[in-house]
Design a protein around this ligand. Structure first.
Ligand SMILES: O=c1ccn([C@@H]2O[C@H](COP(=O)(O)O)[C@@H](O)[C@H]2O)c(=O)[nH]1
Length: 237
């Protein structure tokens, strides 16, 4: 294992702040661009990351009808990113259309298709939220597993899940299915809005391929120290 398995989100509002964060943490090799920054900068942020030879997780979490999601996936696949997200709850037809669309978009742009991964259930949702607010009549681990299997059967490369479900998903989906875990919190960090967390070492031990760790690093008084502490705890030294 190496520190390329830790993805840090650029959850800032503009290009200038994103560049400042990258400059502060040059040791980070895999960055995530999400809704806030991409809505603010568009693909300009991807050009900056590529010019620095960084790996890119484009976390736009598409969720719409199949025709619309396919169009968005075709466009996003042209950017040459490493990972791209879609919600599993957009359904089987939509997931299949997205799988085809990333191939078409990447081929047209002459680039490698991204690994398309599906959000199973946002890590900010608790078992109580799922049952009482969303009225889903399944236990949370079962729901997350069903969403992962739906995505795998539709041809996706992997899923985003909380570290609390990753062992079960790894058992059922196999070793080649990419499992990416946000909602990861070192014992010394605040949980914030994350409701199903584990520590980085617990998440890797449970079978995660990649961890997404944001505020424990980026909102720390000293982000470099926080990064080093996490790497040390994981023996990535
Ligand atoms: O279920 C999900 C899917 C995506 N995320 C994203 O990961 C990071 C987590 O940041 P923290 O600061 O470590 O909480 C953030 O960009 C989310 O959009 C998620 O948290 N849960």
């Amino acid at each position: 294992m190496n520190d390329e398995k830790i993805i840090v989100p650029l959850d800032v509002s503009d290009l200038e702040s994103a560049i400042a964060l990258m400059d502060q943490l040059p040791q980070v090799s895999f960055w995530k661009v999400g809704l806030e920054l991409f809505t603010s900068t568009g693909p300009a942020i991807l050009d900056v990351l590529k010019s620095r030879q960084k790996r890119i997780f484009l976390d736009l979490k598409f969720h719409d009808i199949p025709n619309t999601v396919a169009g968005a996936c075709r466009a996003a696949a042209g950017y040459g990113v490493d990972l791209l997200t879609i919600h599993a709850t957009c359904g089987k037809d939509c997931l299949k259309a997205a799988v085809e669309a990333v191939q078409v978009g990447a081929e047209k742009a002459g680039t490698k298709p991204p690994n398309l991964i599906a959000i199973t259930l946002l890590t900010s949702i608790s078992a109580r939220d799922l049952a009482f607010d969303l009225k889903i009549p399944l236990e949370l681990p079962e729901f997350a597993l069903e969403m992962a299997l739906l995505s795998k059967n539709a041809g996706l490369n992997g899923a985003v899940c909380s570290p609390q479900e990753v062992a079960q998903l790894r058992d059922s989906c196999g070793k080649d299915f990419l499992l990416v875990c946000p909602g990861v919190r070192p014992s010394w960090a605040e949980k914030g809005d994350q409701k199903r967390s584990l520590t980085p070492s617990q998440a890797f031990q449970a079978g995660a391929d990649f961890l997404v760790i944001g505020r424990p690093i980026t909102a720390a008084a000293d982000p470099v120290l926080a990064w080093d502490k996490i790497c040390e705890e994981l023996n990535l030294g």
